[in-house]
Design a protein around this ligand. Structure first.
Ligand code: BEZ
Length: 188
């Protein structure tokens, strides 16, 4: 639920043995952190959008790329992957995702057990108030930006196409992502 999402960036997690982390972007296809368990999951009230600028991973300050963030949207469901991790994992991830993203707790539903009580999971969100936020643009404009951007973590198009493939493999295709992926493939 949108209103139950709580800001948690400063709160220490050290008193917890483990924490669920919800991944909806690179955390789905670039799993460079240890985890105790992994399960497909979704969160309600949020839409995945390529609206966040990336000048440190998939672009440069002169030519920022576009990566995903979550936008509050009533009735929307965002499907992704939940990882049960130990709190020390966030030292690595907070550094990896430092460009405008903050962590929040949000309720999550496991796709493989939708009847179970929701769990609380940490999720990284880059809000419209962060300096790198780009917001919406026509699909052809976003596609051209993604097709031509590259940064220290690689090509922006690889980020998009890897995410699109991973979501389809999970049976969780996202039309915003697949339409953009098709538009970028047509340009490459
Ligand atoms: C994710 O895959 O959940 C993610 C997306 C953007 C920043 C950090 C994490």
């Amino acid at each position: 639920m949108i209103n139950t999402v709580k800001r948690n960036q400063q709160q220490s997690l050290d008193h917890l043995d483990d924490v669920w982390l919800f991944g909806y972007g690179s955390l789905i296809f670039k799993v460079d952190f240890p985890f105790l368990e992994r399960r497909p999951a979704s969160i309600m009230g949020w839409a995945r959008r390529f609206w966040q600028g990336s000048h440190d991973h998939r672009g440069t300050p002169d030519q920022p790329g576009r990566v995903v963030t979550l936008i509050e949207q009533a009735g929307c469901q965002c499907q992704g992957m939940a990882y049960r991790v130990t709190p020390d994992t966030f030292a690595h991830l907070d550094h990896r995702e430092k460009n405008g993203y903050l962590r929040f707790f949000a309720p999550l539903t496991f796709t493989d057990a939708p009847d179970h009580a929701p769990a609380e999971a940490l999720v990284y969100v880059a809000g419209p108030d962060n300096a790198a936020f780009l917001g919406p643009a026509p699909i052809e404009v976003m596609a051209r930006q993604i097709a031509t951007s590259e940064g220290p973590s690689g090509r922006n198009s690889d980020y998009l196409l890897n995410l699109d493939d991973a979501l389809k493999t999970m049976g969780a295709e996202d039309t915003h992502v697949s339409e953009l992926a098709n538009a970028v493939k047509a340009l490459l």
